[in-house]
Design a protein around this ligand. Structure first.
Ligand code: RIB
Ligand code: CA
Length: 311
């Protein structure tokens, strides 16, 4: 059976970087067709650089294109999250400078061109940052939905409340107009929102189990997870949720996640609820709003996948 083809649109970011490593490790289950980057946790030139660093760390510098994307949100003023990712976006971990250049194509043109040629075997689009690139691509070329199997998004919150304001989760808050456009597109979408990612936190002991795997990729993943825990503790006095890796892990092990179908709207009017996601739970909704996960099994799956580096 042909492996799932995925594109990862991301804003690396410590947890985006771990998600990329897990996806590259799971190469028997999924092909990473390309990586597109967007401004988010840190500015666009840094998210592009960071995606290239992780691509080369995984040994995929020669076969997986990295395309830089939107430097600012659709309408609102840009926001970043250095408090949770460090000034470089990768926790100031001293990774080697990337050597392989990014693609000359920008992210939106890469998405349009690649999805237009995927109509015979649709691609899964994983989005772990603000949805600016995806909204722009859908606006430029509505026909690309025929090349999309589904969208898997890390973003939003309902019962958990927000993590960047009391109502809003960062990825949606950073570009609520783009999120509204994607959620309202009608494309089958799975959402790893805070209601479920807050259930999956990687303890320091678990981080050391990742490090003990021994490969340079696993040791880097441990460094990324540890940095995330330190920054989360500084900001919120707790260890970090496994936000972005959960998008890859729910593709690998959908049996470990569950939630209701819904339609989702986003508050785009300015005010204290700006960027809040509002799920309407209904069986005919095109959005699967995850709100439950088997956290221990999810960590074991991530550990098992990262163990494949160095096999
Ligand atoms: O709210 C968590 C999300 O915001 C994650 O994707 C993290 O990388 C940041 O982008
Ligand atoms: Ca992210």
């Amino acid at each position: 059976m042909r492996k799932r083809q995925i594109i990862i649109d991301c804003d690396p970011g410590l947890d985006d970087a771990v998600a990329l490593l897990v996806a590259f490790a799971a190469s028997d289950m999924m092909d990473v067709v390309g990586i597109t980057t967007v401004a988010g946790n840190v500015p666009a030139e840094l998210t592009l650089r960071n995606a290239r660093i992780i691509r080369e760390l995984a040994g995929r510098g020669r076969d997986v294109p990295v395309c830089g994307g939107a430097p600012v949100p659709l309408l609102r003023d840009p926001v970043t999250a250095e408090d949770f990712h460090g000034s470089t976006g990768l926790g100031n971990i001293p990774f080697p400078k990337p050597r392989v250049r990014p693609s000359r194509a920008n992210a939106v043109n890469f998405l349009v061109r690649t999805l237009r040629t995927a109509k015979g075997f649709p691609i899964t689009l994983v989005v772990t940052g603000p949805m600016t690139n995806v909204a722009l691509a859908l606006t430029m070329a509505p026909d690309i939905r025929e090349g999309l199997k589904e969208i898997v998004v890390m973003g939003g919150a309902d019962s958990e409340g927000g993590n960047i304001t009391s109502h809003a989760e960062f990825n949606v808050f950073a570009d609520p107009h783009a999120a509204q456009s994607v959620f309202q597109s009608g494309i089958p979408t799975r959402v790893l929102n805070l209601d479920v990612t807050h259930q999956i936190r990687t303890t320091d002991d678990q981080v050391e189990r990742v490090r003990a795997l021994g490969s340079k990729q696993a040791r880097a993943a441990a460094d990324l997870l540890a940095a995330s825990n330190r920054l989360e503790e500084k900001a919120k006095a707790r260890v970090a949720p496994l936000h972005d890796p959960s998008t890859i892990l729910c593709l690998l092990r959908p049996d470990l996640f569950e939630g209701p179908q819904a339609t989702v709207s986003v508050v785009t009017e300015t005010g204290e609820r700006f960027g809040k996601t509002v799920p309407d739970y209904r069986e005919d909704g095109h959005v699967l709003w995850y709100n439950q996960a088997d956290a221990d099994a999810v960590f074991s799956e991530m550990l098992g996948q990262l163990a494949r580096f160095g096999e």
